[in-house]
Design a protein around this ligand. Sequence first.
Ligand SMILES: C[S@@+](CC[C@H](N)C(=O)[O-])C[C@H]1O[C@@H](n2cnc3c(N)ncnc32)[C@H](O)[C@@H]1O
Length: 257
Amino acid sequence: MVGVETYPYRFSPPVDYGKTRSVKGEEWYQADEVAEEYEEKRFSRGGRLIDRREKQAVLDAIGPVDDQNVLEIACGTGRFTVMLAERGADIVGLDISAAMLQQGRQKARDAGVADHLEFMRGDAARLPFPDDHFDTVFAMRFFHLADTPAAFLSEMCRVAADRVVFDTFNGTSTRSIYNWLLPMGSRLYARSEVEKLLEGANLELVNAEHDWILPYGFYRKIPGSIADPIRDADTTIGDLPFADRFASVSYWTARVR
Ligand SMILES: C[S@@+](CC[C@H](N)C(=O)[O-])C[C@H]1O[C@@H](n2cnc3c(N)ncnc32)[C@H](O)[C@@H]1O
């Protein structure tokens, strides 16, 4: 293990960013009942397809994980943290919510990897690690909550020696309709905006995958048996020329220059 417990904040003195770095729903995820229901609400029924696709996106982006030193930002209930620990990564999952981390710790115990990962409570705006400390730093389902994505990306980039991975929800997609129905809404991105963010953080784009013509929210509401054929149609349409322009989700992999 990387022994993070020995150096929180020692190399990276906390900076008071005040309100310059904020995240939608940061307080929402602190509640026990929200954390307890988090996975059941999103990743059961048709939502299983989403969980599977996101995990594949992370594995594709990170490649062989054994011997990699990995940091997951906003790790929530540890869906990816535990998966990567099971595959031999040296991994730290960081989240601001104690309730979400508690779910992650239970998942790690159930999977028998509690001794092979580290969950820590912390703020993505000020990571308690020295520069270049991890090979790979990634965040899933975080940037749609980030009001100040450039600041968060820059902080991820600071502690990454090699690779930064994240996803976005996209504006020119069915997600923008679904977004109206949500109490908090999401920050939706244009591809050009992500390219600018990468440039600003001195990251070089190495891969982007654009997927899901129908938004995630649709799949999580329907039974798995109905979701399967709809997802097949979604991927068939998604393979058509120019269809990726209308994908509701993008998975980005970038290299630190
Ligand atoms: C939509 S959940 C995603 C969780 C996980 N990445 C996943 O895909 O299942 C967003 C997570 O971001 C966390 N979060 C919000 N603000 C944060 C911050 N400033 N620093 C670290 N984590 C934060 C929340 O506590 C929550 O667990």
